[in-house]
Structures are given as structure tokens and as C-alpha cells.
Design a protein around this ligand. Sequence first.
Ligand code: MYA
Length: 425
Amino acid sequence: MAEGGDKHPLADKLKSALDALSIGDTKSRPKSNYAFWSTQPVSQFGEAEEGSSSATGSGNGPIDAPKTVADVKKEPYALPANFQWDDCDVDSDQTLAELHELLSLHYVEDDENMFRFAYSADFLRWALRPPGTRREWLCGIRVTTTKKLVAFISGVPMRMRVDGEERPMVEINFLCVHKKLRHKRLAPVLIREITRRVNLTDIWQAVYTAGVVLPRPAAEAQYWHRTLNPRKLVEVGFSRLAPRMTMARAIKLYRVGATPTIPGLRPMVAADVPAVTRLLTGYLASFRLAPVLHEEEVAHWMLPVPNVMHTYVVERAGTGELTDLLSFYTLPSTVINHKTHTSLTAAYMFYSVPATVPLAQLLGDALILASSTGHDVFNALDIFENGPVLRDLKFGIGDGKLRYYLYNWRVAKGMQPSDVGLVML
Ligand code: MYA
């Protein structure tokens, strides 16, 4: 896609999905010049890995000189004539519908423009209204005359732990510019403006992911895809049958059981929040980059939301103790210009905690639950401890990466995917 702004895992379509071959990552090289990003407090390419400046003694720390809220510009950044800023209130059904339309038509596509993310309105409301969220961080641009919403960027608060240091941060997501307004440098204005608005609340760091290479990833994760509905994936062009593979054999190969295998597995309910918070806190402590979740956030992010979030706990018989957790979310994509299919339904692995049940069995049950609820493919990154178990579960490797970035925070030592304990939507 143009300027490669995507993070669409379907951009990483399995080139030979049914024999799971990797064809290598062709989009990994940095550009020679980043007119905007070279001006920002982010790690730059060419910098030595082990930074000399250190606020924490570890070589990690803020990149900008310390500032206070008083140093932050009080006026919004100027927009080109005939555009105006507008905070998006996603509690308003009308505004939510406008945002849904903008993203449905103009958000992330794969390189060949075959698929485009189609976040549902319910998904967007959930993703954009966690505890502590602020309306001015749902930052839209409208055409002054028609009031049409043509660009957007979001920030939601998240306490993050990086190499043992906890910081209040924002997660930046849903950066989108209407196709007719591309390459006019609106994206840098959106990024500067959301930075200003976040800085005004005395928050100075952010985390974000993108498929595109920007200065400079803290970590690079790999998408893997588990075929659940081979016929549909082949028909829409997401996968193709490998030589000597027939559809009948593919259907047999990817068939999963009808019901989960783990005794005591059941959907998470509100009363589970304290126990799930303890489980997650303990597990996430082992990763270099992970969110710090309190009960309020766990209630928001982990409780099931129909057709959006699917969370299951393992309850030990007799004691009622919760021992393990698995979760995934539903993200459909529009199938662009197809005669018969309009949509592809993907499940994405979210947070899981393997404590008494091996991760492979938790994920295996996630495949069963996703398949039985109509998902066509199950996507996972090689973050957490996923790497070693994906191949055995018949995941095939994609051909691109999802990069994790930190704004105004230098990480002295690059992270491996297995250091990452953060999922961004
Ligand atoms: S990732 C999803 C991004 N969205 C899409 O891919 C949707 C489809 N594409 C579009 O809508 C547009 O193509 C976008 C660019 C909006 C992506 N992240 O305005 P331009 C740089 C960051 O002329 P356009 C997500 O949501 C590019 O290198 N920068 O380009 C996380 C160039 O800079 P430089 C990107 O194509 C977002 C400049 O923009 C991205 O019209 C995290 C060109 O601008 C990208 N994905 O619009 C944002 N793609 O000259 C950062 C291109 O330097 C947050 N660019 O090469 C930072 C933290 C802020 C808060 C801090 C608080 C403390």
C-alpha cells in the first residue's frame, strides 16, 4: 500500500498458506529519510544500541529533556484551510457511526488492496472508552463546511512497565486519513496534536504498533495465521492450496474439535475480575514490555463483549480457584471487490495465562472456540511464549512484521518478541 502505513496481518497473507512457507520479509528496510520522524523524540536508526544517556541507570529513559505542562503549547496545531479539529464523542451513536464509516472505508488495507480492517462499532466503542479515557484524545479532523469526518487518531491511557520501570503512557491507535487526503502531511499534524493534548495531562510517553518501518522499533513481532475455514480463505485469496494439496485434504488437516478439552474452562464473569487481575499481574511481570492492569482495567479489557471479546478462565473443580486464562478478540475484514464474499472474520489472540495448562492446550482450545463461533482464521503474534508452540498448532508464518514503538522512551537493549507482553488492538 502507499507509503506502507499498514499493520494489516492480511498484508502478510500466507503466500503458501497451506504448506506454511515463509517467503521472507521484503518491507523491513528503513527509508533513507524520515522528514517528520527524524524530528521526534524517538530512537533513530544508526544510534548505538547501548545509549549513554540514562535516566534510570539501565541506559533506558526519556529522550526529550524534561518538560512540564507549563511548557506545552496551549493552542491546537494549525490545520490547512477548510479543516477543523473535533473531539470525537464515541458515546454519541452518530459520532460513532461517522468514525466507523471513516475507518471502514479508509483504514488499514493489505498491500494488494484485497482486505481492509472492518472494526465493528461495538468494537470501537469498547476499544476507545477504557477507564481514564479522555474525549480530547479521540482526535478527529472534519471539513469545516460539510463537517465530514476525514481523519482521526486515538489515545487511551495505559500504565506500562518497560524493563521494570512503570510509567503512565497512552496507547496510540486508529491513525487514519481519508484516501483523498493522503500524502498531504496530515498524519504528522495529527501526531503532533495528540502529543500536545497528552502532554497537557503530564504524560510524556506513548506506545504504538505499525506494520511500517519507522525510527525505531523497540521490538519486531511476526504474525502467524491458523487456517480455520480453508475453503473460504482460498476463495477470497487469503490462502492458496499448496501443490499436491486438495481442498478435501486441507479441510481434514485444519479441522478442529467441536468442544474445548480443558476441564473447568468457562467464560469469564464479573466476579472473576480480582482473580484474573492476580493471574495477569503475575504472568505479565515476566515480560520486559507489558501493561500494568488494575481491576478496573481488567474489568474493561477482559470481560467478554458479544462479538468482540472472548475470555475464558479455567476453574479448578472443588476449590473454585482460577488457574489459567485464555482470550481472543474478533476483528472482521472487508473483502474488497469480491463476487461472493464481502467479509472475512479473524480471531486475534489477546491475553492468555498458562499456569496449570500448557499454552499449546490453551491455544488449541482457543482455536476450537474461535472456529465454533464462525471465525475463518486465527491470528497470533510470536510475542509472549507463543513462538515455540505455533507451528505445532498448524499456524503458518506470515511474511511481514508488526513493529512495537515507544515515544520518548529509549530502550537501551533491543527486545525480542518473547520480551513483549503487550497486545494492541
Ligand atoms: S498504525 C495504522 C496506521 N493507519 C493506516 O495504515 C490506515 C491507512 N493509511 C492512512 O490512513 C494513511 O496512510 C496514514 C498516513 C494516516 C497512515 N504511523 O500525512 P502523510 C509517516 C506513524 O503525508 P499519509 C497506527 O494507528 C510517514 O513515515 N507514522 O501520509 C499507529 C511520514 O513521515 P516521515 C506514519 O499516507 C499510529 C508521514 O507519516 C505511519 O497521508 C502511531 C507522512 O504523512 C504510521 N502508521 O498518512 C502514530 N504511516 O516523513 C504515532 C506513515 O517521517 C504516535 N507515517 O517519513 C506517536 C505517539 C504520539 C503520542 C505521544 C504522547 C506522549
